[in-house]
Design a binder for this molecule. Sequence first.
Ligand SMILES: [Zn+2]
Length: 276
Amino acid sequence: MTGPRKFVSGIVPPEEHSNPAWWFIFQESKLLVYSNPESVTVPFLIDPEELGLTANRQNYLGRIDDNRCYAAEVSEGTTPPAGMAFEGLRQVYGRLDEDLFWIAARAVQIIDWDRTHQFCGRCGLPLKTRTAERAKECSQCGLLHFPRLAPAIIVLVERGNELLLARSRHFMPGMYSVLAGFVEPGESLEEAVVREVKEEVGIEIKDLKYFGSQPWPFPHSLMIGFTANYAGGEISLDDQEIEDAGWFTVENLPKLPGKISIARKLIDGFLARRGG
Ligand SMILES: [Zn+2]
């Protein structure tokens, strides 16, 4: 690992192409890395052709320190070059330099947006890429298409020395986490938090406080984290999503989500406050 890398977002690539660039090359949502069980890295090249690869599409992302970086996509079925592999982002977390990981998380969303926004949703004509902002514009009607971003709230609810954790049906066996849900159109983040907690476990909360946010590229969420205190009600599971929920102390924690997630950062924050 090197020191922190400075990333500056960009849309139009600079004229010079003679120096190597970082390439975040995807096959569907899997990233091409030099494969190694402990650590992986992404290619640093002038062009993916150096690896014998042909990119279907590529998007300039900006600069990492003094070097350009790109998101690119190769066809399904492309064989990875020798010593390399296509790996899911969750699989490379912890093995890829953390700064590069979060740029890969950005890259996969730009590629997905580019792939799925070729034509106008209103009139079906081809879109052209704008250069002033990350957007595409319909050549016929002018409708703008921005990258998709789905805001979702996530909240840690405390009651004295306990925290509320719940199990979604699609979690790994034994794992519990804090509550989360998508923001609805017309709703403030605070309203979304109160509604989600009420809907999923039937309780009231108070003292809502902003914690932090995190991109979550599975596939295009932005997680906005809060903490809150219990204000009243009994746990009742009305939502089809949640199969179990309960109050836990530092001493009796279940299996928790991985370090990659803001869920875990919220829980670790609680544990630090409670001396866990
Ligand atoms: Zn149109």
